[in-house]
Design a protein around this ligand. Structure first.
Ligand code: MN
Ligand code: MN
Length: 312
């Protein structure tokens, strides 16, 4: 289990905290080497990072992993949550990197908490995958289930996905804009949840299901926390960044796929294009500009020239 400076939360007494942190500071090789720190601010007008935080590993899994019969093919599928695009390594790195870059101390704390929990998830899913992959060390049929793990990895887990593609930092969504990053994290948690759900659907081992159910539930916990953190910033829902969108243009819905499809696909109406501020523009490619500068098009649902062109 990875705890983000777990001792710092053991006491609410600030003096005790300070002493603990001071002692931790003295141990920390990274701090002595002048590495990055957790608490940042200014002193005498100069930026400082007081370097009072570090990782500590506790030799205890966050959830006890038990399985029945190992299933090497399922072990291979589990790698998707170890080194895959929506897996635990990606989650841990995404939130930790956002946290390191975050200037909002309260949401930085949230990002470091959840980033660290994801490292604990990585350890749990790694233990689970390894138990299922272990027969690939010696059993020929098992090795056939994942040749890369069996031959190159000696039966151990690796930072690859279920198809053997190497983990990449390209999986991470980090913009440095806190509310935008929180939206990415909400989506990441939803993806992790659905991948766990699919994994649960492809095993009937009770112990494996228990572990996956635990991990899946925590992703919903994180989804709730990131959603609340985003809402607590108090930004209007469609306000991103500081430059406002072009009035008029922002409310035009471009109906770019018109007519009736070969299989009877409808030209759909819904709250995503109708009602409220929405203004429908049918087939904007065939409509004259309302304002060439703004990029707005003449609105309307049934432009005759459009329909005659499309029907040809
Ligand atoms: Mn996780
Ligand atoms: Mn999560």
């Amino acid at each position: 289990m990875f705890w983000w400076a777990a001792v710092t939360f053991a006491s609410s007494d600030l003096l005790v905290k300070f002493r603990v942190l001071h002692a931790m500071h003295a141990w920390c090789q990274r701090c002595r080497a002048g590495g990055g720190g957790y608490f940042s601010g200014t002193k005498n007008g100069n930026p400082i990072a007081t370097q009072l935080a570090m990782y500590h590993h506790i030799k205890q899994l966050m959830y006890t992993v038990r399985i029945g019969q190992p299933d090497p093919r399922f072990g291979n599928m589990l790698l998707e949550q170890f080194g895959g695009a929506n897996g635990e390594l990606a989650a841990a790195m995404q939130y930790s990197l956002q946290g390191i870059n975050c200037d909002d101390p309260e949401r930085k704390d949230l990002l470091m908490d959840i980033g660290t929990e994801e490292l604990s998830h990585l350890e749990v899913v790694g233990a689970l995958a390894r138990m299922h992959l272990k027969p690939t060390k010696s059993d020929r049929n098992a090795a056939h289930a994942d040749p890369l793990i069996a031959i190159a990895g000696g039966g151990g887990v690796a930072f690859i996905n279920s198809m053997g593609n190497a983990w990449t930092a390209d999986y991470l969504k980090v913009t440095g804009e806190l509310d935008v990053d929180l939206r990415s994290n909400i989506a990441a948690e939803a993806r992790a949840k659905i991948v766990y759900e699919r994994l649960i659907n492809f095993t009937d081992d009770p112990g494996t299901i228990d572990t996956l159910q635990f991990l899946m539930s925590r992703e919903i916990t994180h989804l709730k926390a990131f959603t609340a953190a985003l809402e607590s910033m108090g930004k209007p829902q469609f306000s991103i960044g500081r430059i406002p969108p072009t009035p008029g243009l922002v409310d035009q819905y471009f109906n770019d796929s018109t007519g009736t499809g070969d299989r009877g696909e409808p030209d759909a109406k819904g709250p995503w294009n109708t009602g409220g501020d929405w203004q429908m523009v049918t087939a904007p490619a065939f409509q004259p500009f309302l304002s060439p500068d703004a990029g707005t098009r003449k609105p309307g649902e049934h432009a005759s020239e459009t329909n005659s062109f499309i029907q040809q």
